[in-house]
Design a protein around this ligand. Structure first.
Ligand SMILES: C[S@@+](CC[C@H](N)C(=O)[O-])C[C@H]1O[C@@H](n2cnc3c(N)ncnc32)[C@H](O)[C@@H]1O
Length: 312
């Protein structure tokens, strides 16, 4: 049975809420000392898998500061309720001018509560920064964005992640992926979810095919198990690494079709076949699960000709 995933309070492009269950199954009963994510983003994967010890890194300092503020009790669910109630009332009264006032304030002061406000009231919930590192997403145009029910939903998300963080030994760190991977040991388990080359490029996401190649080389020589989230293909192009790098043992490729809702152009809205690449054979192969309520042509285990299925 599919477990409803815990949804974190911060949204970001490429959030893997829909892959959490598949990743959980691939990890299965594998034992590791520390969970390492060089590209943690919203942290939806660790919040759901809840490893007792983790190193969660991202180059985006605002994401890291937000989770650290929760960890250090500088931001509580009650703080969020009061902040969004007061700021939401100003937004309701002043409209989009107020959104841009908060955006200017955030770009000067980088306050985590402003970051949350912008993340939850900007257009399409995307996270984008210009070349100077300024958040530059426009307003979602919903003046009553922070209605009481929406605030409660966000506060519940903050309360849930606070209680998860309080019970684990997690380090949130601003770090480039190369630095994070350099300190991985054979006791770790790495989940790497880089930006997809050619998509959503911005100040914190300037991901090139050279970066992709570099990451692949570093992952391939890791002393521990890893799962890489990447793209397989869409109707326009294919990821050459699937054939060039990951096709043969010890690597395995799982794929899953995913529809991107976030994106300014039609190209970004086309279905993309996502891939999960591992350097191990999954002990609890989800292929053995029954095909119940399968609503999408979901998972196709390419490298050993088996399939894994996920209920929707
Ligand atoms: C696809 S998102 C990760 C999504 C995350 N797994 C989730 O489910 O929310 C990629 C992340 O990589 C970060 N990033 C981009 N370039 C990076 C780099 N060179 N080093 C470390 N992190 C980077 C971005 O800030 C972004 O948060």
């Amino acid at each position: 049975m599919r477990i409803i995933p815990l949804v974190p309070p911060i949204k970001c492009q490429g959030i893997k809420t829909k892959l959490v269950d598949d990743i959980r199954q691939l990890v299965g009963d594998i034992e590791y000392f520390r969970w390492v994510e060089p590209f943690c983003g919203s942290c939806v994967v660790p919040f759901n898998l809840r490893p007792p010890k983790a190193l969660l890194c991202d180059s985006n300092v605002h994401i890291v500061n937000f989770f650290r503020a929760i960890q250090d009790h500088k931001i509580t669910a009650q703080d969020v309720r009061e902040f969004l109630r007061d700021e939401g009332a100003k937004l309701r009264k002043q409209g989009e001018d107020y959104f841009y006032e908060v955006r200017k304030r955030f770009n000067e002061n980088h306050a985590s509560l402003d970051f949350l406000f912008l993340n939850r009231s900007c257009f399409n919930g995307v996270m984008r920064f210009n070349k100077k590192g300024y958040f530059n997403v426009p307003f979602c145009r919903k003046q009553d964005r922070f209605a009481a029910a929406y605030i409660t939903k966000i506060c519940n998300q903050v309360a849930t992640v606070s209680s998860v963080i309080a019970n684990v030994d997690w380090e949130f760190r601003t770090s480039e992926f190369k630095e994070t991977i350099a300190e991985v040991t054979d006791c770790d388990f790495v989940y790497a979810d880089p930006p997809y080359a050619g998509r959503h490029t911005d100040y914190f996401n300037s991901w090139s095919s050279e970066d992709e190649h570099d990451l692949g080389t570093r992952l391939a020589s890791l002393p521990c198990k890893f799962i890489l989230s990447t793209w397989h293909s869409n109707e326009f192009r294919s990821n050459h690494a699937m054939n060039d790098k990951w096709q043969n043992e010890p690597f395995h490729i799982f794929t899953k079709e995913h529809f991107y809702h976030v994106g300014s152009s039609e190209d970004l809205r086309h279905p993309m076949l996502e891939a999960l690449v591992t350097n191990f054979r999954a002990e609890h192969n989800p292929a053995k699960r029954e095909k119940r309520q399968q609503t999408l042509p979901l998972l196709d285990f390419l490298s050993n000709k088996e399939s894994i299925f996920c209920e929707n």
